[in-house]
Write a protein of this length. Structure first.
Length: 126
C-alpha cells in the first residue's frame, strides 16, 4: 500500500477479508480497497502517537505534503515533505507556512479527540 495508513486499520482489514462486518466501535478502516488498488477515498491524513520511556511523548499528523509533530514539552516540528522528503529541515517558524501549520494543528486536535472519544457511536446501555 503506497498511501497513508494507520495501525488501527489492520483489524478492519482482516475482518473485511474474512467477510465479517467490523463493529462500529472499532477504530480504523479496511485497507482492502487500497491493497487491491480500488480505493476511491484514500486518507487525507494520519495520526501517529509515540511513547518512549526517555523522550517526550509525541503526536504527529502526516499528510501527503507535510508532517507535523507536537511533543509533550510543547515543541513543534513541521516538515514540508515535497521540498524535503527526508524531513531534515524544521520549517515551523517560517511565516510562509502559517496556514499549513494552523490547518495541521486543527487536524491534530480533531484526530486526537476522535481517537480519545471513540465511544460516541456506541449505543447506550439504558
Amino acid at each position: 500500500v503506497g498511501d497513508l495508513v494507520e495501525g488501527v486499520d489492520w483489524v478492519p482489514t482482516m475482518l473485511d477479508y474474512a467477510a465479517v462486518q467490523s463493529p462500529r466501535f472499532v477504530q480504523g478502516r479496511s485497507l482492502r480497497a487500497a491493497i487491491e488498488g480500488t480505493d476511491p477515498a484514500p486518507r487525507d491524513d494520519i495520526l501517529i502517537e509515540s511513547f518512549h520511556p526517555h523522550a517526550p511523548r509525541t503526536s504527529t499528523v502526516k499528510t501527503r505534503t507535510h508532517t507535523y509533530h507536537c511533543t509533550s514539552t510543547g515543541r513543534e516540528i513541521l516538515y514540508d515533505r515535497l521540498a524535503d522528503p527526508d524531513e531534515g529541515t524544521n520549517v515551523v517558524a517560517d511565516p510562509a507556512n502559517a496556514a499549513v501549520l494552523s490547518d495541521l494543528r486543527r487536524r491534530m486536535i480533531l484526530r486526537l479527540q476522535r481517537a480519545a472519544f471513540n465511544c460516541q457511536e456506541r449505543p447506550a446501555a439504558y
